[in-house]
Unconditional design. Structure first.
Ligand code: ATP
Ligand code: MG
Length: 464
């Protein structure tokens, strides 16, 4: 059954009389599922300026508004604008249905089967327009939960009052109204932004169970915004951490990218470890970290390096950090494989990283385009030991040289690879062909040396 309580083109009519709420009633009410009195912060009382909103988002907002619909910016963009963090993504919420949105915009595509969303495209920028959704706890609607309380179906349109309640944190549930540039706050989000606190809307345990990814989101926002996680949310997290195992591995890969490629990887890592979430995501790594301070040092150096790159707008690939996380477990397993069977160190690293990759996939579905280069990067590490001869010089041409070299430098920086050898590999990259040949002592081999003639193969025996 689809319930749509806010029919299109009646936008102005359904807007409730605005209640100016000055009390802290939302704080007393936390834990309930009823929206609190709406607090409207007029334009003069906040500093979210239209200059902070992309032109494309403004176009979408104005066109919806002119067509008679309610039209708001919502979520992270309002929060970040309030915090002067210059938002880049803009999400729009409206009472227009996706079909009604599409009718207004030529450049619009409807996506999603479970819950339809409109994507309005302006060149490379996409503005996501979502119809208000109903809260997840209505007995009469067609939401469905699994045994642990996780939402598995979520496709009911609703009003703005209902839409507020399905959002995760109060700071993410602020609505910027294009009609008069005011901010609508039903849940005390403005105050929580000011207090720098991540407060879950509704009953914390129930909200974490509905979607255990919210635990990762709590950590991600705490790291990015420098917010404290509210005690009630912390308590729920302490209990609900194992529920992360029920989240599809593909979704966790998307979350992994957001956690570690946003420029706050080190802080995020510390918080994930603090709340025992890291062990759910990377069990083998977590165990190795507990036992090896030098591995922790190496991981930390890699995270700092990633943060520096992201902040300098340099590219980062997830395979590098995943390789770092799996390095110590891979090395340990490789040593075991070598003791079982004769093989080179490189071969054993490749085999071990394959095996660990397979068990890691059960937690986080890492696409093959990342696992294959990651294995190559790890398997190349022993080759940096060799600084003489043709095989050694060939490493410079390997397609994974760059990543493997960066990886080796981090090992050297943290005292886990010979510093002189690391310098050698840095130096040779800037040398001419002749200089390189000298560095790798390739010339040392006598010139014009006669090739040894191969012994003729013995004839195959007749019995074969
Ligand atoms: P950022 O863009 O910095 O990652 P964001 O808050 O915009 O932060 P998004 O993942 O883009 O996060 O989601 C947009 C909004 O949708 C959120 O602010 C929140 O209101 C809502 N939302 C997203 N994911 C969830 C979730 N798992 N549970 C409840 N609400 C969610
Ligand atoms: Mg966002």
């Amino acid at each position: 059954m689809q319930v749509f309580t806010a029919p299109g083109r009646a936008g102005a009519a359904i807007i409730r009389p605005l209640t100016q709420c000055t009390s802290d009633s939302h704080l007393k009410n936390s834990g309930t599922q009823k929206p609190n009195a709406l607090k409207v912060i007029p334009r003069a009382a906040h500093h979210v300026s239209r200059d902070e909103i992309s032109k494309s988002a403004l176009k979408v907002l104005y066109r919806l508004h002119k067509a008679g619909y309610q039209s708001f910016l919502v979520g992270g963009c309002v929060r970040d604008a309030m915090l002067d963090l210059h938002p880049k993504d803009f999400d729009v919420a409206t009472n227009a249905t996706p079909e009604e949105v599409r009718a207004l915009f030529g450049n619009c595509r409807l996506i999603g089967r479970r819950f339809r969303l409109a994507h309005v495209r302006f060149g490379r920028e996409i503005i996501e327009v979502a119809t208000f959704r109903a809260a997840s706890n209505h007995a009469h609607d067609d939401h469905a939960h699994d045994d642990e309380g996780r939402i598995v179906r979520d496709n009911v349109y609703g009003s703005i009052e209902e839409d507020v309640l399905r959002r995760d944190f109060t700071c993410n549930a602020l609505y910027y109204n294009i009609a008069d540039f005011s901010i609508w706050d039903y849940v005390g989000g403005v105050r929580d932004v000011e207090r720098k606190r991540l407060v879950l809307i509704g009953d914390p345990d129930k909200r974490m169970r509905e979607d255990p990814v919210r635990m990762l989101r709590a950590v991600r926002f705490a790291a990015k915004l420098d917010f404290e996680i509210d005690t009630a949310a912390e308590k729920a997290m302490a209990k609900d951490v194992p529920l992360l195992a029920n989240v599809p591995a593909a979704r966790l890969f998307d979350e992994f990218l957001k956690l570690f490629q946003a420029g706050f990887a080190e802080k995020t890592f510390d918080l994930l470890r603090k709340y025992k979430l890291f062990a759910e995501l990377f069990p083998a790594t977590d165990e190795a970290l507990d036992q090896n301070p030098s591995f922790l040092q190496f991981v930390r150096a890699a995270l700092q390096n990633t943060d520096r790159r992201v902040r300098a707008d340099k590219s980062v690939t997830p395979m590098f950090l995943i390789g770092v996380f799996l390095w110590k477990p891979t090395k340990d397993l490789a040593a075991i494989r070598r003791s079982e069977e004769k093989m080179s160190e490189s071969q054993s690293l490749s085999l071990a990283s394959y095996e660990l990759g397979v068990s890691q996939q059960r937690r986080i579905a890492i696409p093959r385009r990342f696992t294959v280069p990651m294995r190559e990067m790890l398997a190349l590490q022993p080759r940096f030991q060799q600084t003489r001869g043709k095989r050694a010089i060939k490493l410079l041409e390997h397609r994974r040289f760059r990543a493997a070299y960066d990886f080796m430098l981090l090992l050297a920086d943290t005292g886990q690879f010979d510093k002189d050898k690391a310098e050698f590999w840095t130096k040779v990259q800037n040398q001419s062909a002749e200089q390189r040949a000298a560095s790798f002592q390739i010339d040392a081999q006598p010139k014009g040396r006669r090739r040894r003639r191969r012994r003729p193969r013995s004839k195959p025996s007749k019995s074969r």
